[in-house]
Ligand binder design. Sequence first.
Ligand SMILES: [Mg+2]
Length: 388
Amino acid sequence: MNKRVIMHADLDAFFASVEQAENPQYRNQPVIVGGTTGRGVVSAASYEARQFGVHSAMPMWQARQLCPHAIFVPVNGELYKRYSDHTTQLFLSYTPRVEPVSIDEAYLDITGTEKLFGPPLEVARQIRQKINEDLNITISIGLSSNRLVAKMASDWNKPDGLVWICDEQLPEVLDELPVCRLSGIGQVTQQRLSCMGISKIGQLRGIPLELLEKEFGKLGLHLYKASRGQGSAEVREYQGQQGRKQVSEEMTLQQDSRDARYLRMRLLSMAANLARRLREQRSLGKTVTIKLRFSNFETITRSITLQHPTDNWQMIHKAADELLDKMDLGAQRVRLVGLGVSNLRDGAGVSQLSLFDDGPVQAHKLDRACDEIVERFGNGAITQARLL
Ligand SMILES: [Mg+2]
C-alpha cells in the first residue's frame, strides 16, 4: 500500500474562540466557557485564561479563584455546532474521507489530492486560512502517515500550528517526548511505566513486546507500536449527521444524591432532549444506556436493547427507569448522571408503524408538537411542564 497522508485538524480552545469571534469585546480577554452554576466545570478556556492555570474539566469554582476577572460564559451548543458544521463542509471540499472525532476535531485522509489542491502542506495552509477568514477562529493541523502521529503533530505547536512529522524523522522526534504524549496512555499506565523506570518514548521502545504484553495485556501491543510511531491510517468516509453513532447527555448534579426520585426526574428531562435530537436528525435508536458516577468518582454504565427502535421520549425514559431500578445504589451518592441512545438507524420510515398500532404514531405526533414548543420557547419549557 502506498503511503497515506493523514491530517489531524483540531480547532483551538474551540468554545472560547467561538465566543471571542462572536463577541468582539471578548477578544484578547480571558474567556471561560462552562457550567456557571454551583457544580459546573470548565468546558473551554481561552489562551488568555490558560495563562492563569485555568484548563478544561476544571471545577468552575477553582477557575474563578485562579482568574476572577475572566469573562464567564455559559455553553451555547447550537452556536458551536454551526461553526463545527462549517469546518466539516470545508474539509469535505478537499476529500470525502473526513472522520470527525468530536465537535472540534477531525481526521482527514488527503492522500492523492495533490493534483487538485497541491501538496499536503499547501492543503493545510489553505484550510487554516479559510477557517480564519470565514470564522475568525484558528485551527491547528498535524500531518503524518498515520492518525497517532498526526494527532501528536497537531498538538505540537498549538494554537494556530502546522506541523508535519515525516516517517524518517520519527525516532528522533519521539524519543525525548514523555510517554503521556502517546494517545491511549492514561495516568494509571503512565504510573506503571514509571515504576518500570520508563518516562520517555525512546525508553519505551527499548522494551520487548513480550514483556509489554505480560505487564499490560492487550495494551502491550499498542504501546509497542505507538512507541515506534505506528498507528492506523484508516479514515472513514464522512457519514453525515446520520452517521452519528449515538446521542447522549450527562449532567453533574447540583448536589450528590441517592434520591431515586430526583435521579428519575433528571433522566426524564434528558430522555425528552434525546428524543428531540433523534427526531431532528431523523434517527431511531435501539439501545438505551445510563451512566452513573458516584461521589468517589467510580462510574458504572448499564444498557438495555429495546424491541423496536424509537425516537419517543416515553420509551427512552421507561428503559432508563428500568435500568435505574436494577442498579444497586447502596449507600453511594450519585454525582453525575448520563443517558444515551445508540444503535441508531434511519428514522424516515417511522409512519410504517401506523399499519400495526396507533400508539407509537400518536406518541410521535405528540413529540413533534413538543419539538415545536421547544423551538418557540426554548429548551426547558417542555421538560419543566412535564416535571411539574
Ligand atoms: Mg480543540
